[in-house]
Structure formats: structure tokens, C-alpha cells
Design a protein around this ligand. Sequence first.
Ligand code: FE2
Length: 240
Amino acid sequence: MNGLHFYRRERNQHPPSYTPGYKSAVLRAPFRPLVSPEQSDLEMTGPVFGHSDVSPIDADLIRNAMVTGEAIGERIIVHGRVLDENGRPVPNALIEIWQANAGGRYLHTNDSYMAALDPNFSGCGRCMADAEGYYKFRTIKPGPYPWPNNGSDWRPSHIHLSIFGEAFAQRLITQLYFEGDPLIPMCPIVNTIPDPEVIERLVARLDFKNQMPFDCLAYRFDIVLRGRRQTYFENHPEGL
Ligand SMILES: [Fe+2]
């Protein structure tokens, strides 16, 4: 045991499992109360991922799948910090992202949307946060896309994220949206989140001053993982 413990998930901030407006959630929703097992040593001390496998080009989705040229679309930076619930940086977190292209289409065999594929864009990227929890991607702003829910609903522009923090117990999978998108309040998936303030935390903000001049606009998105309860804080130095 290394002294790492994690706060329990704030269940009231997550969507309920049973959300009829998002119809594919209905059949998979549990009908019995959840049981929360104790955290195991393995969850808190087990190896999470191999740091050496991540290369800088992985974070540049405009070029990381390039065949004949750069990806097409609105060029953006998405950056921010990975923080724990107490506002402290989570260093060396692995952030993986996947997204549709500028037309709203995924490079996936199950995606049959009529928008064109971009032969120079995979929609996948990853990077490591630095010692201060800072991360940065360069990518194409994804387009909205329709999906079969209540007829044809539309997803707002969004990027999917998976984050590995210091232990498996901190794994987080979420989606970010973009400030000012009128489709956000109309999305049945977004609206499974009961608290409007929690939705706001999923919206990346236009960060005009951190643009790359004549290249990319920037959006800022801080990622807050579950907090870390410092059970042994007074006896153990940070990081042990
Ligand atoms: Fe998506």
C-alpha cells in the first residue's frame, strides 16, 4: 500500500444511468442500486501505462496521420491542465483523444454518415501531461453529426477524452464541447447531466490570447480528476 486513496465518485454530478431521452442508455441501465467495493491495492499501485510509448507527433492530429498533406478544417489547439479535486496538478497523466473530422465523420467502419472522410486525418491522438499537469493538442475542430435518436438528433462538436492519472482508480472518460455551440443545450447526451454547472465544466473556452498566430485558435479545457485523500499526508512525502 503506498498511501494513495481516492475520494469516491460524486454520483450526483454524473448522469443517472436510466435516461430515456438518450435511448440506447435505457437497456443498459442497471435496475438495482450500485454496490461500491473497497479500493484494492492493485487499483492504487498497479502500473498504468508505458510512458516511453508516447511521442510528440501523437499530440498533433493535423499531421499525425498525414499521407498526402495536412488534415483539412478549422485548426485549433486544445490545452489545459489535469488537476485533482483539490486543484493540484496531476503530473504525467496520459490523455488520449478521439473525434470526428471537420465534416462530423469518424474514421470508423460503423460510421455511415454521408460527410466525406479526410484521408489525412485519423481523429486519434494522445499526449502526456508534464510535471505541472499541463497538456496540449493541435487538431481540427470536429463537425457536428446526426445520430438516430428521437428521429435525427445532432451531437454538438465534441472531442472524446480518456485520462489515466496516477492509478487506475483515476481513469476518466469524458467529452469536451466548445464554447458558444448552440447544439450543446439541445443534445440528449449532454442533457443526461442534471446540473447545468457540471455541463459548463465540460465546455472548452475560447482562449484567444494563446492562439498560434496565423495558424490555430486555442481552446482551454482543464480536466479535474477525482480528488486524492491524503490519508498518510503527514507521515509520507508527496509521491510515495
Ligand atoms: Fe462522438
